[in-house]
Write a protein that binds this ligand. Structure first.
Ligand SMILES: Cc1cc2nc3c(=O)[nH]c(=O)nc-3n(C[C@H](O)[C@H](O)[C@H](O)COP(=O)(O)OP(=O)(O)OC[C@H]3O[C@@H](n4cnc5c(N)ncnc54)[C@H](O)[C@@H]3O)c2cc1C
Ligand code: FES
Ligand code: FES
Length: 1368
């Protein structure tokens, strides 16, 4: 790709630059002075390149990934690498070439093969993350001289998050570019494979998995094979192949020398780029407090998120003395500005070239760097930046300390001094550097024979996460006869003190001792005296962190002993079962399968078509709300938020805001022209808090200014005086204070629970409590709304990122006091919603509408990631208290359940969420006697809201908890207890609905056979027997998910179908496209209805002026309802056309339509659908709330590291009954995406609030408010083997074309991972004699896993009933 040869030749000639420039996608741009405050992302989006997205602004999601190319004069070659544009200062790329997703390909010029492959593989759902993924792979391919391996490709994606797809289709799309497919990568002529040869039936293109099956049942003349994708991309316009148009490196940049820069930015910010150490030192002397920048990955976060106003920035990335990388006889000299990727590459090289004993430290660094951030960060972040930031959780500093590294420091006079790493760190982010000094370089000595260095790191998530605790450990052993004696040792930790900490007493203890069990025991006794962590230490998890220090040392001891053993003899060899403590994690490449049948109906229904806007999404051309160009005179808005959980507002001082740059207006409750009361069900919220605030993050007012940054700045200057009031910060506190939302207590009953408990039938009764954690939606596109007025405010229009345009319309009309007929809300697509944009988008639109209406100017309000997470609510946490009676065989007879959900400070949808939890509290189990009390708790947190599953998963998780406990009680397998309690055809549920067409047994049995459960159980038990410190666990979990809104009136849908004279069809309906493929499915139904190709049907947007009064796109039922409404409209038009159609044969649909038009036939129709035969009466607690159920079952096998709590999923098999799928590829995507999102909920994603359990967080504040602290699953978290199967041959009589709803039901399937983890923990606990039941809350984070695996390393810190804290 590109023409490197030419680049090298031209690069010899160097020209002096005359102005600061940048090339973007081959186009030259002059960079004016005054932009030093801008990031590359802001600049790109300002110049209209909105394909690059803002997902977080802190380097944590990868949505802003672009490729930077620059010419390296020393290496005489072009360097290409991916970066996070959100952290890249604009001026740092001066003289370079930036390629964004728009420069890679577009739908007019032709898609790049990477884009083509991702689109065709169903790898783009909502599409918001997609440009970032494209750019990460693009940069990898352009920087690779040979095709990368699959591992390398997966590694390059570690810094990219996707919330929709579950990553599998992305991996499949990209693996065709790997080494396993050399021909595909390098030889265009060989791209067309023989049909059927290694073609993945799911993606329809070459794939290395080779294990997938598709059953084409209804043979239409067009089978899946004939539409298979060929990975060669070409332009549909001129037919040329894509590679012809690859952007080359701009020749001007090859000739041009870099020049020093002296530029400025807003607020007097100064930006310098010295190119010599002399100039740098002069600047440092002039500005002693200046910040030196290399990657800006620390400073950028400090300035943007922590709002630290640095005034002078000096980019040192191009100072030669700071970029040295010298391999010497005694070690390696590493310049302070060397990027981590360069360092990693060098280490990888030297370990292949030097004697093994010399590179023990290098290997430790390689392992540590593997898990250091994502590729984009490592490509720019420097060694010196990491050292000098002196973060207490720096991954590298403990290793520098342990390895006797020396730091060379230079002062402004050019004097150099050397200090050892151990002495360099003085306190919290404080190092041994005077204000006239900088770090010049680091010297890492080679290790000696029998000197061993090892790294350790435990984070919440393995990939791209900061450490909870990390460590660097080194011992130098001498052989004295039969003994090995510690001649030198150094153990250093991160994450246990305000600075990287040298375990001085342990080191002293070790030196001179014989390396044996005694030294191990002695060190384990001394270590806790080195690590002093107070009860309320920042970061919490004190017991876990303490235990980890011992676990790490134990691992180190075993590892060193094993290393010696490989070459020499050691008296006490490592028992085989203990090797499990030191085998490091290795992720094999993903093996996945998707097994489904294709039941075609007409031209399109049933066919695995790709998402209709995927080609626009992969090129960045798909527009989201914030991408909409700001209309003339537009303003940006920012919210003024409460900082107290519960308080009376005493005064508001907005003078500071009013004098802030760019300020245009500020509005509070008193300014709201209509009503200030809002809410989706009851009006119990205020748009702007007037007298009281009831949570941190509650909106008090809104500021508008000329730019987004200025609006935020001004909002930050509003000073609010509060009188603090007592706050309720947990469900338990709410229950004791009887703090419930009005009229929100519900009751359901079947049989007589009390009588049953008293009877002899109940041979056993258990009681317990389950705490269920919440979850952040983390849609990649944050909440956003653009509002403008027409006719001087007589009409109001908006574009909103919402699942419920009608709700936005209603909220805005309500707060402005306008009739709904004068307010229009449009939504083209949203970058994920998952329930979070069902009601909570309403207050965003309403807030923006107030200044827009009052000032008659367009106003855009797009929330930053942290503000979005702080203000917009999450999945409800729940508390369940159960009492269950059962027989000795395990047959459940009675369930008495109290459930509470944490609604936060307004009711929102919390009552409906609670009700669904109550409906699903039986999961799939037949229980003759049931009593459920439910209460919605008022707490002083932001209002929690809908989230995929809508309370169902919480109800089912509580059920599976008591099922698992019964099994333990009876010493049976949970699967056996599940099976003997299954519901079946005709079962009458606790709310009176009778099961019809129940396929539970089928999905369960097919799953059981497919995963060979009994055999795997034996294998797992065998593994556990032989491995003391790693344990495996398995679980099979069923689900039954009720489909319909439980509020009856919401089960209605409208659609408008317009047929045009060229034979094309425009469908508008009330549902919102949020990545789930709704528009694609509805279009398929319309195409089949008219018997025309799918390409003839278009769905542009959702708009309240086309289809009124639409219910939110939610409850999984949207395809059922909107496809049915569209079909109704199509049938009406067809009926009108029929008299003409029957007159003669028309050559095409267009001809028929034209003929109808000439006959003055109305070719537009409004279709309508109501879900029949449903209804529920809460006064009796009986009825039929659901139209039907979607059934599923999943199997998971996991492996845990009992010493650290690390875990991975080895296998996940999911079976779902989705009837005759409207689009099996999209449905499989929903299953995979839901499963991985569910995996986040059960095992990774922990919300930490300032409550009684987390005293180190300010009361009521959300600590985990960005990707840095809140970890959704990354690519590395998906199962090694991930198989999805759709049940075959089971039409669903209740929904359109015999299909079934899919969005929410598979989410709960991930609880199989949770229970598999619990199964593994049980095996670990059995090793120390703890065989009984124990509570495990979700998420089962490393902390919960490790602290449940009781052993000698947890014993010094916790008792056996220790229970890590959870915000509930
Ligand atoms: C998403 C994300 C993930 C991250 N993951 C990790 C992780 O896994 N592990 C980890 O340890 N860190 C992590 N970090 C932190 C950060 O990336 C590293 O500390 C990085 O090495 C900093 O390098 P930089 O060049 O970007 O620093 P910059 O932000 O450019 O500079 C940082 C500081 O160092 C000072 N400085 C730089 N060079 C010198 C010098 N020569 N002399 C004196 N002072 C100097 C600057 O003045 C500044 O105060 C992460 C950060 C982000 C944003
Ligand atoms: S927006 Fe840049 S990494 Fe998230
Ligand atoms: S498709 Fe990846 S976040 Fe939506």
């Amino acid at each position: 790709m590109g023409s490197l040869k030419k680049e090298e030749e031209i690069g010899q000639i160097a020209e002096e630059p005359k102005e600061a420039i940048l090339y973007v996608n081959g186009v030259r741009k002059v960079l004016p002075d005054g932009f030093a405050h801008l990031t590359l992302l802001e600049y790109l989006r300002d110049v209209g390149l909105t394909g690059t997205k803002l997902g977080c602004g802190e380097g944590g999601c990868g949505a802003c990934t672009v490729m930077i190319s620059h010419y390296d004069r020393k290496m005489k070659k072009c360097m290409h690498y991916a970066v996070n544009a959100c952290l890249t200062p604009l001026y740092s790329v001066e003289g370079m070439h930036v390629i964004t997703v728009e420069g890679v390909g577009n739908h007019k010029r032709g898609l790049h093969p990477i884009q083509e492959s991702l689109a065709s593989s169903h790898g783009s759902q909502c599409g918001f993350c997609t440009p970032g993924f494209i750019m990460s792979l693009y940069a990898l391919l352009r920087s690779s001289e040979t095709p990368p391996t699959e591992e390398k490709i997966e590694e390059s994606l570690a810094g990219n998050l996707c919330r929709c797809t579950g990553y599998r289709p992305i991996v499949d799309a990209f693996r065709v570019f790997s080494k396993t497919n050399d021909a595909l990568y390098s030889d265009i002529s060989s791209l067309s494979l023989q049909e059927g040869e290694f073609i993945c039936p799911s993606t329809g293109k070459p794939c290395s998995c080779g294990s997938k099956t598709v059953h084409d049942v209804v043979t239409d003349d067009q089978s899946i094979c004939s539409t298979r994708y060929k990975p060669l991309s070409y332009s549909e316009v001129d037919g040329s192949t894509y590679t012809d148009k690859e952007l080359i490196f701009p020749p001007e940049l090859l000739r041009r020398k870099l020049s020093p820069l002296n530029l400025s930015g807003l607020g007097g910010l100064k930006w310098y780029r010295p190119l010599t150490i002399k100039d740098l030192l002069e600047l440092k002397e002039k500005y002693p407090t200046a910040k030196l920048l290399v990657g800006n990955t620390e400073v950028g976060v400090e300035m943007r998120l922590k709002r630290i106003p640095y005034q002078v920035l000096i980019s040192v990335a191009h100072v030669p003395e700071l970029n040295i990388l010298n391999v010497k006889d005694d070690g390696i000299e590493i310049g302070a500005a060397v990027r981590l990727t360069e360092l990693l590459n060098l280490f990888r090289e030297v370990v292949t070239q030097r004697p093994a004993y010399e590179t023990s430290a290098c290997k430790a660094f390689i392992e540590q760097l593997k898990w250091f951030a994502g590729t984009q960060i490592r490509n720019v972040a420097s060694v010196g930046g990491n050292v000098c930031t002196a973060s207490p959780i720096s991954d590298l500093n403990p290793l520098w300390m342990a390895t006797r590294a020396k730091f060379r420091v230079i002062n402004c006079n050019g004097n150099i001094r050397t200090t050892i790493a151990e002495n360099f760190f003085l306190g919290y982010r404080k190092v041994d550097l005077n204000s006239n000094e900088i770090l010049l370089s680091i010297f890492l000595p080679w290790t000696r024979p029998f000197e061993y260095v090892k790294e350790f790191k435990q984070a919440h998530r393995r990939d791209d996460d900061i450490a909870i605790v990390n460590a660097g450990m080194r011992v130098y052993l001498e052989e004295r006869g039969e003994e090995w004696v510690v001649s030198d040792a150094s153990v250093a930790f991160g994450g246990v003190a305000p600075l990287s900490l040298c375990a001085i007493k342990t080191n002293e203890f070790l030196i001179g001792k014989e390396w044996n069990q005694n030294v191990l025991q002695g060190a384990l006794n001394v270590l806790p005296t080195d690590i002093v962590l107070k009860e309320d230490a920042p970061g919490g998890m004190v017991e876990f962190r303490r235990s980890l220090t011992l676990s790490f040392f134990f691992k180190f001891f075993l590892w060193v002993s094993h290393q010696i053993e490989e070459n020499k003899s050691i008296k006490e060899s490592v028992p085989l079962s203990h090797l499990s403590a030191i085998n490091s994690f290795h992720r094999p490449t993903l093996v996945a399968s998707q097994d489904y049948e294709i039941r075609k109906h007409g031209t399109s229904v049933g066919s695995p078509e790709v998402h209709l806007s995927s080609r626009l999404q992969v090129t960045g051309e798909a527009e989201y709300t914030d991408d909409t160009p700001m209309p003339p005179n537009g303003l940006h808005a920012a919210l003024v938020l409460s900082k107290k959980p519960h308080a009376r507002i005493l005064s508001i001082d907005d003078l500071g805001a009013k004098s802030s740059p760019g300020f245009a207006g500020i509005f509070f409750a008193k300014d709201v022209p209509g009503s200030n009361k809002i809410g989706p069900v009851v009006l119990d919220e205020e748009l702007f808090a007037s007298e009281f605030v009831t949570c941190v993050g509650q909106v008090i007012g809104i500021v508008v200014a000329d730019t987004h940054e200025n609006a935020k700045l001004a909002a930050g200057k509003v000073h609010v005086e509060y009188e603090e009031l007592p706050a309720i910060l947990s469900i338990e506190e709410a229950v004791s204070a009887k703090s419930f939302h009005p009229n929100s207590q519900k009751f359901m009953r079947k049989g007589d629970v009390d009588l049953c408990f008293q009877s002899d039938q109940c041979e056993k009764i258990i009681e317990g409590k389950v705490e269920v954690g919440g979850q952040e939606h983390f849609y990649l596109e944050t909440q956003s709304s653009l509002v403008w007025t027409m006719d001087s405010g007589n009409e109001v229009h908006m574009i909103s990122s919402t699942q419920a345009p009608q709700k936005n319309q209603k909220y805005v009309s309500h707060v402005l006091g306008l009739p709904m007929s004068k307010v229009v809300c449009k939504t083209k697509r949203i970058g994920g919603g998952f329930g979070g944009k069902e009601t909570r988008s309403g207050f965003i639109a309403a807030a923006a509408a107030v200044p827009s209406y009052l000032m008659n100017r367009p106003v855009k309000l797009t929330l930053d990631r942290d503000i979005d997470m702080i203000t917009s609510g999450q999945r409800h946490s729940f508390l369940g208290k159960y009492k269950v009676g059962f027989t000795k065989k395990g047959k459940v007879l009675a369930l008495d359940l109290e459930i509470y959900n944490n609604a936060g400070n307004s009711l929102d949808l919390s009552l409906a969420v609670l009700e669904r939890a109550m409906f699903h509290s039986d999961n799939v189990y037949e229980i003759p006697n049931v009593r459920i009390f439910g209460s919605v708790c008022f707490t002083n947190f932001p209002s929690n809201t809908a989230f995929r599953g809508f309370g169902g998963p919480q109800g089912m998780l509580i059920a599976e908890n008591w099922i698992q406990r019964i099994a333990l009680e009876l010493k049976k397998s949970p699967e056996e207890i599940r099976e003997i309690n299954f519901q079946g055809e005709g079962s009458i549920l606790h709310y009176g609905q009778q099961l019809e067409h129940c396929t539970l047994a089928q999905v369960w049995n097919e799953l059981k056979v497919s995963c060979d459960f009994l055999k795997v159980r034996e294998e797992v038990d065998e593994f556990n027997l032989h491995n003391r410190w790693k344990k495996r666990g398995i679980a099979m979990i069923p689900t039954k998910f009720g489909i319909s809104f439980t509020t009856k009136f919401m089960n209605q849908a409208g659609a408008l179908v317009n047929v045009y004279t060229d034979g094309t069809v425009l469908v508008s309906h009330g549902g919102v496209e949020m990545g789930q493929g709704l528009h694609t499915k509805v279009a398929q139904v319309a195409a089949s209805a008219f018997n025309i190709p799918l390409s003839s049907v278009f769905i542009s947007e959702t708009s309240t002026d086309k289809v009124p009064n639409a219910s939110p796109t939610a409850a999984s039922a949207s395809s059922d309802m909107y496809a049915a409404a569209a079909l109704d409209a199509c049938e009406q038009i067809k009926a009108r056309m029929e008299p003409i159609a029957s007159q003669r044969n028309f050559g095409s649909f267009a001809e028929l339509v034209s003929a109808c038009y000439m006959e003055r036939i109305d070719l537009s129709a409004h279709g309508f659908y109501i879900t029949p035969d449903i209804g529920f009466d809460w006064s009796t607690g009986k009825g039929k709330p659901f139209s039907y159920y979607t059934y599923g079952a999943a199997f998971a096998e996991v492996e845990i590291d009992t010493l650290t709590g690390d875990f991975h999923t080895r296998t996940a098999n999911v079976f779902m009954d989705l009837g005759y799928s409207l689009n099996p590829a999209i449905d499989v995507g929903q299953v995979e995406g839901a499963f991985i999102q569910g995996l986040g909920w059960v095992a990774l994603e922990e919300l930490k609030w300032g409550d009684a359990s987390h005293k180190w967080i300010r009361p009521g504040c959300l600590y985990t408010c960005g990707p840095g602290s809140y970890k959704i699953p990354s690519l590395n978290d998906i199962p090694f083997k991930f198989n999805v199967s759709l049940l075959k041959g089971n039409p669903n009589v209740k929904a359109i074309h015999s299909s079934k709803a899919v969005g929410e039901p598979p989410f709960f399937m991930a609880s199989s991972v949770f229970f598999a983890i619990k199964d593994a923990i049980l095996a670990a606990r059995a090793e120390t004699g703890h065989t009984g039941w124990f509570p495990l809350d979700n998420p089962a984070t490393p902390e919960r896993i490790r602290m449940s695996c009781l052993d000698e390393f947890t014993a010094p810190f916790v008792s056996s009933d220790f229970h890590p804290k959870l915000s509930v």
